[in-house]
Design a binder for this molecule. Sequence first.
Ligand SMILES: *[C@@H]1O[C@H](CO)[C@@H](O)[C@H](O)[C@H]1NC(C)=O
Ligand SMILES: *[C@@H]1O[C@H](CO)[C@@H](O)[C@H](O)[C@H]1NC(C)=O
Ligand SMILES: *[C@@H]1O[C@H](CO)[C@@H](O)[C@H](O)[C@H]1NC(C)=O
Length: 172
Amino acid sequence: MAGIALVVSLMMLTLPFCSIPYVVCYEYQVGGSRGWAVPPANDSKIYNDWASENRFRPNDVLWFKYTKDSVMAVTEAEYKGCNSSRPAFFSNNGNSLYSLNHSGAFYFISGVSGHCFKGQRMVVKVLSSDESQTGGGGGSSRSSAANFSPSWALKLASVIPLIVACFLSEPK
Ligand SMILES: *[C@@H]1O[C@H](CO)[C@@H](O)[C@H](O)[C@H]1NC(C)=O
Ligand SMILES: *[C@@H]1O[C@H](CO)[C@@H](O)[C@H](O)[C@H]1NC(C)=O
Ligand SMILES: *[C@@H]1O[C@H](CO)[C@@H](O)[C@H](O)[C@H]1NC(C)=O
């Protein structure tokens, strides 16, 4: 699945950008090259930091890459309490794609006991179509450029959004 998306992405990247009428959506690798894993003890907020550095729009896709772990989409309360008993989405195949199919907040946790409490959890805020159209103006709560750490360029390089043609979700 991710392999196919990657191939499609690479195909799209070889086309001149201007020949694409509109970018349907992006695929983001969660956490960049680090992937989805228990954060270092002294840096437990890496996933929310990563999420706040990106501007997600409806139909963007999250790609979770991990080994011996799992990913769950849960409610806000379950996120706060690291409650993995009734996830809305669960995957443990090491390569999970999750489509952000509406605007608003999405909550993710690791389903492995203890990992969520160690910081392997993330809130993703998806802008409404209006907000993403108007650019900077709408997202007052977005982190500003000043919040970028010195290594932001490095992080960005490892988090380059892949352009994917989301054939699965028909553009309207
Ligand atoms: C965390 O600790 C590692 C080594 O123990 C260090 O290299 C790294 O810079 C530290 N990170 C932060 C954010 O303090
Ligand atoms: C965990 O979530 C489920 C379903 O949302 C709920 O029924 C249960 O009481 C929660 N458990 C705890 C310990 O909060
Ligand atoms: C988004 O996906 C979830 C789970 O697949 C589904 O229950 C929900 O209805 C979808 N929402 C929209 C707006 O398509």
